[in-house]
Design a protein around this ligand. Structure first.
Ligand code: 5GP
Length: 116
């Protein structure tokens, strides 16, 4: 499955982004409209999966790679001990706006409980 997204253009460096991490499977960059002092998006580089609901069993490892990259970033940046939040929004009711699966990493402040 493959369709062009805004994040595809960031992967190809066709639009600017502050890239903070990259390996063969994962790209991470700062969110353009941060909702916390640290707000980084982790995306798969080689497969465009529109939503979590579209994830196939053969692609499950990609979610682990996003999570491991986020955890490593938190350790390297020195806030892993303080804590952080990982969020994946799926479709409209969750507020998903970019249909290229991504993991939000939010940190840098006491985030409080959420759900509303
Ligand atoms: P979603 O709402 O789909 O879960 O998350 C998409 C995120 O992408 C939003 O937090 C939004 O601020 C971010 N975003 C949208 N356009 C751009 C962009 O051009 N550059 C960057 N760095 N982030 C973007």
């Amino acid at each position: 499955m493959s369709s062009e997204t805004l994040f595809s253009k960031i992967i190809r460096r066709e639009i600017p982004a502050t890239i903070v991490y990259e390996d063969e499977d994962v790209l991470a960059f700062k969110d353009i409209a941060p909702q916390a002092p640290v707000h980084v998006l982790f995306i798969p580089k080689n497969e465009i999966i529109p939503t979590l609901d579209d994830l196939q069993p053969s692609q499950a490892h990609l979610i682990g790679k996003l999570a491991l990259a986020a955890a490593e970033y938190a350790r390297q940046e020195g806030f892993a001990q303080d804590g952080y939040r990982i969020v994946m929004n799926c479709r409209e009711d969750a507020g998903q706006t970019v249909f290229h699966i991504h993991m939000h990493l939010l940190a840098g402040a006491a985030l409080g409980h959420f759900g509303t």
